[in-house]
Design a protein around this ligand. Sequence first.
Ligand code: ATP
Ligand code: MG
Length: 284
Amino acid sequence: MDYRKEFVVNPRKKLKLARIDPVQSGGHASNEAAQPEITKYVTRMAELQALLYANADQSLLVVLQALDAAGKDGVVRHLFSGMNPQGTSVFGFKQPSAAEAAHDFLWRAHQRTPGKGEVVVFNRSHYEDVLVVRVHGLVPESVWSKRYALINDFEKLLTENGTRILKFFLHISPEEQLERFKQRLDDPARNWKISESDYSERELWPQYVEAYEEALVKTSTAHAPWYVIPANHKWFRNLATSQIIAETMEEMKLKLPPTRVDLEDVRRKYHAAAAAQEKRNGKG
Ligand code: ATP
Ligand code: MG
């Protein structure tokens, strides 16, 4: 199945998240059945990242957005595990610091965008400024409603500068969220992830859905598409996101960089060095 076609957000159509089933699994029966494909895509992502790093003429930005416990951290852990830490980074967007709040909303995001050759993951992002900020009325509508166009321009600027942008909304059901909150309560190893605000935010679910629906439609563009990923099944979430990332990276036409030296000349230098070394070894 081509998950890029399947899950991309069409900017010309009204988006109703309620019509997208978060439990679907693309015809795969189980985690075990999907694992070989996940491994294939994760491996390919790592190979392509090595080429991206070696070439250093393009970059990749992956944006992850979701309600609490939908699996943003899980995506980071599973999909980017194969990549070389050199050349990749993850940035989590929290409540803005005083310095960040004193600037325009894109300022902190712009500072974290990937340089040439880099892969960067935004765990939450500049989209919080049309999501949490809207739902909680942190700025008036006259301010947040202008931000969709500003975001599109910002992402266009990055694209023109050689950055490929992919944006994922991890879609879970309220029941699944509650189940994951329970696991966080029951498992001492996960207690640290509990936040009391998770429960008050959950009460605002319909408002978040409304904010997401508008944001996704208004900012899903040809150069920076949004994908709604059914995420109740963690393994399906991993499969769909890894396929979309790997196939997008294939499109970047990454090749081994050209050799910058005269190989014949270097080969002569090597043979001379090897002969000298042998001579020294012989003497010792
Ligand atoms: P988890 O899903 O595992 O709980 P998290 O991404 O929610 O991880 P937290 O540290 O719990 O991480 O929360 C970060 C909080 O910062 C979120 O509630 C998010 O909405 C908030 N936040 C991010 N950007 C902004 C912003 N621009 N304005 C206000 N709040 C923001
Ligand atoms: Mg949280």
